[in-house]
Design a protein around this ligand. Structure first.
Ligand SMILES: Cc1ncc(COP(=O)(O)O)c(C=O)c1O
Length: 431
């Protein structure tokens, strides 16, 4: 059923592309075979299926792309949706914005988060979502916030600046690789009477560690804390249910695992937090109904749209909607099954090579991001070697002083590429 739906989606996009001579990728999409139609559950090792998925991306085969944690590659269907909407709108010089369009794409985003469309706001990236939450929370001098040492700069600077300017207090824990429980314990140890909020990544940028977000949610609830999750490395990689996790807000990027256009992001804010997380930057679209300069009457939008303001590029979000639909057509369980299996194979191979794997060994805490380092080899030298000799596009990890190399594996990667990474790392042992 799901495969059949996917086939329909890609066929529609193909038809659209054929009329678009300016898109250089049209030829390739025309040549990409439809996905076979079988069952709902797709075997992570079904190379025939996943190689067809790969053909839906213009991503070059001249190098091996292993940096989805930095930026995701978009499928033709998304690129076409974006480009054709730009073409269409530039001919008439209109924004293309409509409530209906906005809502229809938020319905898809809601399926990624596991929330209602009214709880979704569009942003430019994860960092913007972090800023909306960090600066919108009613925190006062002396209020404490708990976060980890493995956070990305995007979920760090906003809090640090608020600490510097307003005197909130950041408390940090070092994520433990030993057990999920140890992380819960480390957070619990930091909670005091002054603690107001938790801000952590679902999947850490540094090692791809999957933190026990639901259990941390229980802890937040028991201690009456606001709970924010940086989901830059999780949305689009795995199925999500933010209501079940029990977080108050969850930010992500459209341009990483969601494989959408660059410069897009999504922010979930639970309905009961809309009046708590103040909308600081507001304008057209944040308000609703009548406003009056004389009486001072003004009303914020009753949904998470209150965090959006002014003109934005609708083609970007149309493209994001197409990317999300592409992922949903495959099914987030299937995406997660595939990428997790590749992560497992890579981790096992690295372990066998005797390389130090910095990512968690426990399968429940591991994602499709695997970070490793080699004794006596500098991160920069290793990254250069992998690129120059093997054309592997990796990312160096300086966060938490780890000095490692990060490999991110998404649906356009393959077990064959995992083998190539392992061969390259084996060769690097001679460095
Ligand atoms: C965990 C995490 N948070 C935030 C960001 C920042 O994302 P963006 O540049 O889309 O704001 C990243 C980017 O890699 C990340 O890994």
């Amino acid at each position: 059923m799901k495969r059949r739906h996917f086939l329909k989606t890609t066929t529609q996009s193909l038809a659209g592309l054929m009329g678009l001579s300016s898109v250089s990728s049209a030829r390739s999409l025309d040549a990409s075979p439809p996905l076979p139609t079988i069952s709902d559950k797709i075997d992570p090792h079904d190379e025939e299926f996943w190689s067809i998925v790969r053909e839906h991306f213009p991503l070059t085969h001249d190098r091996i792309y292993l940096n989805t944690g930095g930026l995701g590659a978009s499928p033709y269907v998304s690129i076409h949706a974006l480009q054709s909407r730009i073409d269409e709108l530039e001919r008439i010089s209109e924004t293309g914005h409509s409530e209906e369009l906005w809502h229809s794409i938020k319905k898809k985003a809601g399926k990624i988060f596991g929330c209602d469309p009214e709880e979704v706001a569009y942003t430019r990236n994860t960092t913007e979502g972090v800023n909306i939450v960090c600066n919108g929370l009613p925190l006062q001098k002396g209020d404490e916030i708990i976060t980890s040492t493995h956070e990305h700069v995007g979920n760090t600077v906003a809090w640090l600046i608020r600490q510097k300017r307003e005197g909130i207090v950041m408390k940090v824990f070092e994520p433990s690789m030993r057990s999920a429980q140890e992380n819960i314990d480390r957070i619990e140890e930091l909670i005091t009477k002054k603690t107001r909020a938790l801000s952590i990544s679902h999947v850490t940028t540094a090692t791809g560690q999957v933190l026990p977000v639901k259990e941390i949610g229980n802890l937040a609830k028991a201690n009456n804390l606001w709970y924010f999750i940086d989901g830059a490395q999780s949305a689009g990689m795995m199925p999500l249910d933010v209501h079940d996790i029990g977080c108050h807000a969850y930010a992500t990027s459209g341009h990483k695992w969601l494989i959408g256009p660059k410069g897009t992001g999504l922010l979930y804010v639970s309905k009961d937090m809309l009046d708590v997380i103040r909308a600081e930057w507001v304008g057209a679209y944040s308000n609703t109904g009548h406003f009056d300069m004389v009486t001072g009457e003004v009303h914020l939008n009753p949904t998470a749209q209150r965090y959006e303001y002014g003109t934005v590029s609708t083609p970007l979000f149309v493209g994001l909607g197409a990317s999300i639909e592409f992922l949903l057509s495959i099914g987030m369980e299937n995406v997660w099954g595939r990428v997790h299996a590749m992560g497992t194979a890579l981790k096992k191979g690295l372990n066998d090579l005797g390389v130090e794997v910095l990512s968690p060994q426990h399968p429940d805490e591991q994602s499709s991001i695997i970070t490793f380092r080699m004794k006596n080899v500098d991160r920069g030298d290793l990254q250069s070697f992998l690129w120059e000799e093997y054309k592997l596009r990796t990312r160096g990890i300086y966060e938490g002083g780890l000095n490692g190399i990060r490999i991110s594996l998404h649906i356009y990667n393959s077990f064959n590429e995992v083998d190539k990474v392992l061969a390259a790392v084996d060769a690097a042992k001679k460095l």
